[in-house]
Write a protein that binds this ligand. Structure first.
Ligand SMILES: Cc1ncc(COP(=O)(O)O)c(CNc2cc3ccccc3n(O)c2=O)c1O
Length: 414
């Protein structure tokens, strides 16, 4: 594929940072005498060792040598051992066709990011010029909406239902596209599992139809999948990455929901020509994701593998569904999420939940998110609220929905 049409003006103008190039090359020569970098002397670092106790009681040690490395600058795209582990992970989970391609064919490449939010932000910076058309369904993740709006993207809303984007509706938009609509959309952004905020998961058939449309109308797919490991179904639907024969999928993964949100570890998987552009941007922004975060997470992953937390969140989801059935049955509508952390609740008899949530619920000590912030036009009223089942205890969830039910009834009397 020729990726040049997809690049923003800024991204296309990025050049390599010679100092980072020297550093990355020199790192490959262990015996090199390093007089090139701006590296602090590791003997000056304050922390000498660290020990982590994990929930099964075992400990993970970071000894002196690893600590000296963990507190030092490292390769922009990620420390080699973690990159290698992540490439093996992606091959085993998704078996991407691009894993065996040559670099100019769009060979699968990976870049570690400071949370998947950094990855998304840099992908959008790489692709969006002001006025570019981009395809999204609605409602959608506020972090993405905010990033795209700031870049001046024209968000083209793709109709969806409780099974996700409707391929026929997407085809209609593309088929009817005329020059007066501006340049063809560059990409479709999608959260394929347990979407934020609606908790929707896209079926295999719809993914295949959408991927074929991407081939036919030549757009990229940004597969933002932080809830991939929080799927409550027996068989996971194949990812867009697993069907990417053209090298047109950029996948964003996150360790926030399965290891730690605060350690800020995510990674991008995509065609090498595009990932290389992201790395150029990283060289002049964060330089790289915290080496300490990478080293400690890698140690955990190599020792324990992927810690499966899905059963905990399934139980939390079921607790919230039981509380909704108990308190909200005649007052609201919702559907059962098959992944993720959110219940998307439509309150009956109310056009906009903003005041109910941001004033009345907060006064009663209940934190929810009003629906209108998840729309492209956040001034549009919304009868929805997003409720997260990830954090509160079962008792708190029950209490919160009991209070919410009281508020809705009070609101109905007004
Ligand atoms: C679809 C989708 N894509 C990417 C990300 C970013 O995750 P990262 O890997 O941790 O950077 C997210 C995280 N979503 C949220 C984060 C958050 C953080 C503080 C406070 C509130 C937050 N609310 O509400 C969120 O939805 C997400 O939902």
């Amino acid at each position: 594929m020729d990726y040049s049409r997809f690049l923003s003006v800024v991204s296309a103008s990025r050049q390599g940072n010679p100092e980072r190039l020297t550093h990355d090359v020199a790192k490959k020569i262990p015996s090199a005498i390093m007089l090139s970098g701006d590296m602090p002397n590791p003997n000056s670092f304050p922390f000498k060792t660290a020990s982590f106790t994990i929930d099964d009681g075992t400990t993970i040690e970071i000894g002196e040598d690893l600590m000296k490395r963990a507190l030092q600058y490292s390769e922009t795209s990620g420390i080699p051992e973690l990159l290698s582990w992540l490439k093996d992970l992606q091959k085993s989970l998704h078996n991407p066709p691009t894993a065996n391609y040559s670099p100019d064919q769009g060979q699968m490449e990976i870049c570690v990011t400071t949370g998947s939010q950094e990855g998304l932000c840099k992908v959008f910076d790489m692709l969006v010029n002001p006025g570019d058309n981009v395809l999204l369904d609605d409602p959608n993740y506020t972090g993405t909406l905010a990033a795209l709006k700031a870049l001046g993207a024209n968000i083209v809303r793709v109709p969806s239902d409780k099974s996700g984007i409707i391929p026929k509706a997407l085809k209609d938009i593309l088929f009817k596209w005329r020059p007066e609509n501006g340049k063809k959309p560059k990409f479709l952004y999608i959260i394929p599992n347990g979407s934020n905020p609606a908790g929707i998961s896209l079926s295999t058939d719809r993914k295949k139809e959408i991927y074929q449309l991407a081939r036919e109308y030549d757009f990229l797919i940004i597969e933002d999948d932080p809830y991939y490991f929080l799927q409550f179904v027996k068989t996971k639907a194949p990812t867009f990455l697993s069907m990417d024969v053209d090298g047109r999928v950029i996948r964003s993964d996150s360790f926030s929901k399965i290891i730690s949100a605060g350690l800020r570890l995510g990674f991008l998987t995509g065609p090498k020509p595009l990932i290389d552009r992201i790395v150029l941007h990283m060289q002049v922004s964060t330089i790289h994701t915290s080496t300490f975060t990478q080293a400690s997470d890698l140690d955990l992953l190599q020792t324990n593998g992927l810690i499966l937390v899905v059963e905990f969140y399934r139980a939390q989801r079921n607790t919230m569904l039981a509380a909704a059935d108990k308190w909200l049955k005649d007052l609201a509508d919702w559907y059962v999420p098959t992944a993720g952390m959110f219940l998307w609740i439509k309150i009956k008899g109310i056009s906009d939940t903003h005041q109910l949530v941001m004033e009345k619920a907060l006064e009663k000590g209940i934190c929810l998110v009003p629906g209108r912030g998840f729309h492209r036009d956040s001034s549009e009223p919304s009868p929805y609220v997003r409720a997260s089942f990830s954090f509160a205890s079962p008792i708190q969830i029950d209490q919160a929905f009991q209070k919410l039910a009281e508020l809705i009834r009070e609101n109905m009397k007004c």
